[in-house]
Structures are given as C-alpha cells and as structure tokens.
Design a binder for this molecule. Structure first.
Ligand code: HEC
Ligand code: HEC
Ligand code: HEC
Ligand code: HEC
Ligand code: HEC
Length: 179
C-alpha cells in the first residue's frame, strides 16, 4: 500500500472557493487496491473533481434537489469538460482516455451502485436536501470531497433514519418510509 498524502493543514471541507494558499490538493495515488468502496470501471475521483477542483456536487448530481434519485451524470456532462481537458499526470490521461473512448463508442460506463436501500423503503432525496441544504451531502455520505473512491459511511439502517427524524422532529410513521 503506497499512499502519498499531500493534505495542507487547512484542507477544505466546504465547497466554497478558497484562497489558493489553503486549497486542498488531491493526493497522488499509486496503488488503488487499498481504497475503500467498489472499484469503478473508470477511476473517477471525487477528491480531484470536488475537493481540488471544487466542482459543486449539484453540477453533476443536479437532479438530487428535484427528484427522488440524484442520479449519476451522463457522459455528456463529463465531455463538457473532457473534450478539452486531457489530464496532467499520465495516470489521469489514461483514465480520461477511457471517458473519451466510451463517449466515442456511445457506451456509458457501468458504474457500480454503492448506496442502495431495499425496495420496500422510500427515500425522497429532494425532501432531505430541501430541508437540510445542498451542503448536507456530507451528513449522510461522509466527506466525499476527500474520497478518491466513494464508499458508504452511514449504515442506512432504519435506526439511523429514525434517529435523525427524532432529532429533527420529523414524522416516524411507518407508512412514511414504507410502501
Ligand atoms: C464531475 C461530476 C461529479 C461531481 C461534481 C460529483 N459527483 Fe458524485 N458521482 C459522480 C459519478 C460519475 C459517480 C459514479 C462513480 C462513483 O461512484 O465514483 C458518482 C457517485 C457518487 C456517489 C455514490 C453513488 C452510489 O452509487 O451510491 C455519491 C454518494 C456521490 N457521488 C456524492 C457526491 C457528492 C457529495 C458530491 C459533492 C461533494 C459529488 N458527488 C460530486 C460524478 C460526480
Ligand atoms: C467541470 C469540469 C469537469 C467535469 C464536468 C468533469 N471533469 Fe473530470 N476532470 C476535470 C479536471 C479539471 C480534472 C483534472 C485534470 C488534470 O489536471 O489531470 C479531471 C480529471 C479527471 C480524471 C482523471 C483524474 C481522476 O479523477 O481519476 C478522470 C478519470 C475524469 N476527470 C473523469 C470524469 C468523468 C467520468 C466525468 C463525468 C462523470 C468528469 N470527469 C467530469 C474536470 C471535469
Ligand atoms: C439524509 C441523508 C442523505 C443526504 C442529505 C443525501 N443523501 Fe444521497 N443517498 C442517501 C441514501 C439513503 C441513498 C440511497 C437511496 C436509495 O437507495 O433509494 C443515497 C443515494 C445517493 C446516490 C446514488 C443514487 C443513484 O441514483 O445512483 C447519489 C449519487 C447521492 N445519494 C448523492 C447525494 C448528493 C450529491 C447529496 C447532496 C446534494 C446527497 N446525496 C444527500 C442519503 C442521503
Ligand atoms: C440527517 C438527518 C436525516 C436522515 C439520516 C434521514 N432523514 Fe428523512 N428526513 C429528514 C428531514 C429533516 C426531513 C423533513 C423534510 C421536510 O420537512 O420536508 C425528512 C423527511 C423524510 C421523508 C418525508 C416525510 C414526509 O413527511 O413525507 C421520508 C419518507 C424520509 N425522510 C425517509 C428517510 C429514510 C428512509 C431515511 C433513511 C434511509 C432517512 N429519511 C434518513 C432528515 C433525515
Ligand atoms: C425514517 C424511515 C423509517 C421509518 C419511519 C420506519 N422504517 Fe422500517 N425501515 C427503514 C429502513 C431504511 C429499513 C431497511 C434497513 C434496515 O433493515 O434497517 C427498514 C426496515 C424495516 C423492516 C425490515 C427489517 C429487516 O430486518 O429486514 C421492518 C419489518 C420495518 N422496517 C418495520 C417498520 C415499522 C413497523 C415502522 C413503524 C413503527 C417502521 N419500520 C418505520 C426505515 C424506516
């Protein structure tokens, strides 16, 4: 396992633009086998896109605030930047080439789903984001801005849901969450 971390002391946890001096720099990763979470078909790094380059979550997961599913962005969203951005380090170039190849071949990457509730549970994303704000992603998903590979940090168990509902005075009727 070789992880070279280059975190400045004031590593970001918000999404607002910061003075260049306190900017988060995504670490160089030479070995991906020690990363938590499933390995995706393209090594898409949230720490690079959202931590270092500060692209807002909603830029890609724009439907989170308007639909019950945030959705994974289509390749078209990626190509808006990667038509031009080919990547600096060779490891980035190699992964970005996969994005461009997939686009040319009209073949969407088969992203592996990480968070998934059983079918009998209803979870309206947009209601939560409306109530908790677009910065609340971290409350449930952890510090995605620093994740090279996304992994699940909350249990997503019933007790987890109910505890927060109690705290926020939200209904705990069985029928609210269960069909
Ligand atoms: C440039 C586009 C882009 C941005 C910006 C982005 N994401 Fe993502 N997100 C993706 C893609 C592509 C995937 C699927 C691959 C993966 O899991 O890494 C994904 C997957 C995820 C997942 C896992 C979904 C699952 O399967 O359960 C979570 C959670 C997530 N993103 C949260 C965030 C948060 C929080 C932010 C802001 C800090 C953010 N994303 C910003 C593109 C983006
Ligand atoms: C708003 C612009 C923007 C969008 C949209 C965007 N990227 Fe990127 N991406 C970047 C930048 C900037 C870099 C860093 C390039 C470098 O210097 O190497 C990058 C780097 C990458 C890399 C190499 C580093 C890494 O993350 O492993 C991959 C792969 C990548 N992007 C895939 C994607 C995919 C897939 C999507 C769509 C889900 C996407 N990008 C959407 C701007 C963007
Ligand atoms: C209150 C907790 C909570 C908050 C806040 C939250 N999420 Fe989620 N998220 C979840 C749960 C639970 C799931 C699994 C939902 C399911 O399986 O139906 C999920 C699933 C996802 C997925 C995968 C869905 C898919 O279609 O593949 C993405 C992407 C995601 N969230 C992004 C975000 C982003 C971006 C934000 C902030 C704008 C956010 N989430 C805020 C709890 C939350
Ligand atoms: C971090 C706190 C938090 C967590 C965790 C959380 N919720 Fe919520 N939930 C809220 C808040 C706040 C609201 C109120 C939104 C509103 O007022 O519209 C809400 C509302 C809801 C609603 C709509 C209630 C209605 O009146 O129609 C459903 C359904 C729901 N949550 C399901 C879930 C499920 C299922 C989980 C677990 C997978 C979960 N929630 C986890 C905070 C949370
Ligand atoms: C805030 C959302 C929420 C509320 C309210 C809620 N549940 Fe759940 N429930 C869940 C989630 C999420 C799961 C799936 C994860 C798990 O099994 O913990 C679940 C799972 C279950 C299961 C299956 C457990 C298993 O082991 O497979 C049963 C049975 C259940 N709930 C009954 C109830 C009853 C009865 C009520 C009302 C007293 C209730 N739930 C209220 C979110 C909720």
């Amino acid at each position: 396992m070789v992880l070279i971390l280059a975190l400045p002391p004031a590593a970001l946890n918000g999404q607002q633009a910061q003075p260049a001096s306190s900017r988060y720099t995504a670490p160089v990763i030479t070995d991906t086998s020690s990363l938590k979470g499933p390995r995706q078909p393209i090594f898409f790094r949230h720490d690079v896109h959202t931590g270092q380059d500060q692209i807002p979550c909603m830029y890609c997961h724009y439907s989170a605030a308007i639909s019950s599913e945030p959705g994974i962005p289509a390749l078209q969203t990626c190509m808006g930047c990667h038509q031009l951005i080919g990547g600096g380090p060779p490891s980035h170039q190699a992964e970005i080439k996969k994005v461009r190849d997939a686009w040319r071949e009209r073949k969407a990457p088969e992203w592996i789903r990480i968070h998934a509730l059983p079918g009998f549970v209803r979870f309206p994303h947009m209601r939560h984001i409306k109530a908790l704000g677009t910065q609340a992603c971290v409350t449930c998903h952890g510090d995605v801005q620093k994740m090279a590979q996304v992994s699940q940090v909350s249990t997503l168990r019933m007790g987890w849901c109910v505890r927060c509902h109690v705290k926020n005075n939200v209904t705990r009727d069985c029928s609210v969450c269960h069909y």
